[in-house]
Write a protein that binds this ligand. Sequence first.
Ligand code: NAP
Ligand code: MG
Length: 500
Amino acid sequence: MPTKSKPARKSTRHRTPELLFGDLWEFDPAPELADPKLKQSYSLYINGQFVAPRSRKYFDSINPSTEKQLARIPAAGKADIDAAFSAAQTGYNKYWAKLPGKDRGKYLYRIARLLQDRSREFAVAESLDGGKPIKESRDFDLPLAAAHFFYYAGWADKLEYALPGVSAKPYGVVGQIIPWNFPLLMLAWKIAPALATGNCVVIKPAETTSITALKFAQIIQEADLPPGVVNIVSGAGATGQLIVNHPAAKKIAFTGSTEVGKAILRATAGSGKGLTLELGGKAANVVFDDAPIDQAVEGVINGIFFNQGHVCCAGSRLLVQESIAKVFVRKLKTRIASLRVGDPLDKNTDIGAINSKEQLDKIEQLVASGVEEGAELFQSSCSLPSQGWFYRPSLFLGVTQSHRIAREEIFGPVLSILTFRTISEAIEKANNTAYGLSAGVWTDKGSKILKMSTALQAGVIWANTYNKFDPASPFGGYKESGFGREGGKQGLCDYLKIVP
Ligand code: NAP
Ligand code: MG
């Protein structure tokens, strides 16, 4: 409620724009208090057992909102990766390959239910380790992760309907590598279809966000999966390389940056390994002058500020029709100023912590390049917590297509705004990118939606909404955003080999 006289708390103080309220708003803290049940030190999960790393090496997982250590994470070395693949191969030969689809499905249902049971605990762990607001980990990451297991559980005994008239087999053992922006959700996107199709996995979470993956190992154990079916190994990029190059890995499924994706493409070329790459993006969110403006403003805000902008499919380039650009930008500025940046565990927080110092530096560098190249920067004047890695929600005006901020993935809460006059100019600008992961279209004309969705080179196109996901809907890229799909029937097929 508006309070003029009371001073705002330091960590969440926020000045709303005069044109909206003309006053200072203060919210009482609403901390999420569930116990994340963290351990001081984690173990690798290999062959159904929690084991110390043979490498004897550990690294710290840091809470990005406090910069304090949360836990010690094992850094798997060569001997650990060899053990994980050996366990996965045995798990495949001895148990998983022999199990009928309906029994694999039962395990997946069990995992989904166990994850739901512990969803609050996992949501807190995810927000502590990664920095995302609790309302997102609680209402998005966790429910969607469980939904992926439920969805693929249903497919496990129906694979012949996914590929009618064709004989298909699992790869056997697959290596999977995931990023830090949706740690548990990306794990679910990887593990659920792999197990449903009869594969065994060795999976590596990202260095800065290993905790929920290692906690998930407890669920695998509790679900009583046969040993070796799922192996979870933490570590840095070097551990990822060991997975990619391991001869027992018959397929690699990677989600991460285009740069590392290209290196993996080179490393696996000629090896006969299957490969799917889910890489970066620089999505255009296109707003026509006939769009429902306020709804579009919300969609653009959600498109770029969801998860601090650490989203591969973030609508990071707004293309707004020139005739409405002025009013649209004014409304965006007003809305941006009302976003609350702060403690990820506060239920009122809209924008949490930037995942790592390294990522914060990258955002700052790219924003500086935008200013240097002549774009006009607008940032919320909200105060930031004194500790931790935070960044103000920002937008750039006067952006041209050659600016780095229009071409490179910032992966932070920074929107680049360009304008267009005609539909063909919008299409040309939207497609003028090396990426092709997602796009958004805002208009009240169905015909424009159809035209745009045919013309835009992107794997996912949202119309009059943004960042909507469903396990039944395939997700993946074109061009430098990668190849292969996750979700839906297509996501199953990428874990199967067609056999003559
Ligand atoms: P990243 O640096 O490419 O890392 C991704 C994963 O690969 C991490 O587990 C990383 O380990 C590991 N890795 C690093 N170097 C490796 C190597 N040489 N060989 C094998 N593995 C290696 O990406 P990120 O910074 O974590 O994630 C952000 C990127 O992911 C963004 O570009 C984003 O767009 C993309 N992303 C794409 C999707 C999609 O579905 N298309 C979804 C989410 C994110 P360490 O963390 O230990 O370095
Ligand atoms: Mg962390």
